[in-house]
Write a protein that binds this ligand. Structure first.
Ligand SMILES: [Mn+2]
Length: 319
């Protein structure tokens, strides 16, 4: 680390000894850059000052480093998940018909901040009833009703690292037969998808394979039939009517962290696994989401302590 005032001198010493200069830029797939950034201005300045050097992008190198997490980073993510766990266990005792979505949000943030999280990892989705089918419902303003499902996509940040959890629970503490059937279907897809995420897997291919697992569950639930599958277009499969997003994304310093969807997954990558089935005509959607570290032997589920099994949810809600 040196003083900024010494930067040009230090750079010059390195530049005359080097062939290539790597330039930083925000190459996040979700970045919408409307104005020239500081990195862009530096790049222009550098090209003028050193016109005969070879210029390269630093982003692919940085993204690879960020994709494979070190043990210290995984420890931070585990802490964020553990705090999220305590928040979820707290609201399992709190949710009942008549509770408002924003009250549930408040219970979470109380627990998070109390445990030295600086807050939500992202704007929380606390969606009861039909709004559980709306992927980015963030109003969180309704009263939870008896018989409704409640989808919560909410997690803590810790030390700049972000957890990303989704749980879906019955407002009254008991799943109906239909709610339970759909819940178990999502649970099975999630379990199978987690087992499929191994070092070397390419995410764009993985998403297609999970789609086939989902297709078979939707057939069993009677939501789609063979005719739907026979008539489907290659880019808009029948299952996408009820499963409207991808299964996994990278997680870390950013909730949607950097990483390639087209290169083999390295060991140490941390990903969400979050299948969902959304049935607007039945007024409920279910998504279940855990955070997984891709490891050589077995994946590590950072959320293994957060209640997920249907029976455990019912037991904890009715204690
Ligand atoms: Mn997610």
């Amino acid at each position: 680390v040196q003083w900024l005032s010494d930067f040009e001198k230090a750079l010059n010493e390195l530049a005359v000894a080097s062939n290539a200069i790597y330039i930083n830029a925000n190459e996040h797939t979700r970045a919408m850059l409307d104005v020239e950034t500081r990195d862009d201005r530096f790049s222009k300045w550098c090209h003028l000052k050193y016109p005969n050097h070879e210029y390269k992008r630093a982003a692919p190198v940085m993204q690879l480093i960020r994709t494979a997490k070190s043990q210290e980073e995984i420890d931070m993510l585990q802490k964020a998940c553990d705090i999220t766990n305590d928040g979820f266990r707290r609201i399992l005792k709190f949710v009942r018909p008549g509770v408002n979505e924003y009250e549930i949000e408040a219970e979470f943030i109380h627990e998070f901040v109390k445990q030295k999280s600086r807050g939500f990892a992202y704007i929380p989705i606390i969606a009861s009833g039909g709004d559980s089918c709306i992927l980015h419902y963030i109003e969180n303003k309704k009263t939870c009703k008896d018989g409704d499902m409640l989808l919560m996509d909410v997690a803590a940040e810790y030390g700049n690292y972000n957890a990303d959890m989704t749980r879906t629970i019955p407002v009254n503490g008991r799943f109906s037969k239909r709610q339970a059937d759909v819940y178990q279907a999502v649970w099975r897809v999630k379990t199978e998808a987690t087992n499929m995420l191994r070092p070397g897997v390419v995410l764009s291919e993985f998403n297609k394979e999970v789609g086939l697992v989902m297709q078979s569950e939707l057939l069993d639930l009677g939501l789609i039939d063979q005719t739907d599958i026979k008539n489907q277009a290659s880019d808009s499969q029948a299952y996408k009517k009820y499963f409207t997003h991808n299964t996994s994304h990278f997680l870390g310093l950013d909730v949607h962290d950097v990483g390639s969807f087209y290169e083999p997954l390295p060991e140490g990558a941390v990903l969400t696994v979050e299948p969902g089935i959304y049935i607007p005509e039945e007024n409920f959607g279910i998504r279940l989401e855990d955070n997984i570290v891709i490891q050589k032997e077995n994946n590590l589920n950072l959320m293994k302590d957060i209640p997920l099994e249907l029976e455990e949810i019912e037991t904890l809600m009715n204690e």
